[in-house]
Design a protein around this ligand. Structure first.
Ligand code: ADP
Length: 264
């Protein structure tokens, strides 16, 4: 069976006492496994019908000149909604991969190159909103022992959110430093900020601060859950500091192997 142990040290008039509590986690873990397997199967089964819907909608939209307006309008709506569903399925697949993964695959990684690649990818989106981006990674060693896929995925989601939720002419900063045996990577924006009462929950699947507005800006509600799982799989964590009207700053903290193992 799987057991979790918690405990406390109690100071009583008769001296020190220790309290140990054994929690049997077997059933909970079994249920969690059923849930993640279910999500994996459902998303897998949804993929092919969804790609058929997308394909046929695209055929209709491409043939717009030979069709009447109502049909074209309906085809465009089908296409828009199927794309949304496709994004959700893609993120759920990503999340269930992370939930089933057993260990990260660290390798010497050039983080400056990895961030440059992400910045290039989002350049047009930032340009469209006249946002500027600063990258402060100069103090990082040339290579760091991290799992590049996990870091890329987490950073991409954070940068995408920063762009999406920050208004026109906002500023975004990506920064990194190594302190002791930890890598700290942050993405900060000058956007609307996240109300304190929502901050503890926004890393949950499908949790969104303002459902109506979030739907308008797009997204699946799974981005931050993916960030949290990527960090956790890496043995790290993600933190948020945000003040209303001032902006948000997300920080990924990832453990690094002991100094010297990479010639740092
Ligand atoms: P979504 O697909 O809705 O962006 P996420 O999991 O990435 O899903 O984010 C969850 C919610 O957290 C968003 O709907 C939004 O309300 C809030 N949020 C995330 N990042 C930011 C940010 N940089 N600024 C303001 N709000 C944010």
């Amino acid at each position: 069976r799987s057991v979790r142990v918690t405990g406390a040290r109690l100071v009583s008039p008769n001296g020190l006492r220790y309290l140990l509590v054994l929690h049997d986690m077997t059933d909970l873990q079994h249920l969690e496994r059923i849930r993640t397997d279910f999500v994996t199967n459902v998303t897998h089964e949804m993929r092919s019908p969804l790609s058929a819907i997308l394909g046929f909608a695209e055929t209709l939209v491409d043939d717009a000149e030979n069709l009447n307006e109502e049909v074209v309008d309906a085809a465009e709506r089908i296409q828009r909604n199927a794309r949304r569903l496709d994004d959700i399925v893609r993120d759920l697949v990503q999340l269930s991969r992370l939930e089933h993964a057993v260990a990260p695959e660290p390798q010497p990684t050039d983080l400056r190159a990895l961030v440059a690649e992400i910045v290039a990818r989002y350049q047009d989106a930032m340009l469209a909103k006249s946002q500027d981006l600063q990258v402060r990674l100069d103090d990082l060693p040339e290579r760091l022992e991290v799992d590049p896929q996990l870091v890329r995925q987490a950073l991409m989601n954070l940068v995408e959110n920063a762009i999406k939720y920050t208004g026109d002419s906002g500023h975004i900063t990506i920064a990194g430093e190594v302190t002791a045996d930890r890598l700290r990577l942050s993405v900060a924006d000058t956007g609307p900020g996240i109300p304190l009462e929502h901050q503890a929950r926004i890393f949950e699947r499908f949790y969104r601060v303002d459902t109506a507005r979030s739907r308008l800006v797009g997204g699946t509600g799974l981005g931050l859950a993916i960030v949290k799982h990527s960090a956790a799989l890496h043995g790290g964590s993600v933190h948020l500091e945000s003040r209303m009207g001032r902006g948000s700053r997300f920080e990924l903290v990832l453990p690094l192997p002991p100094e010297g193992s990479l010639g740092r």
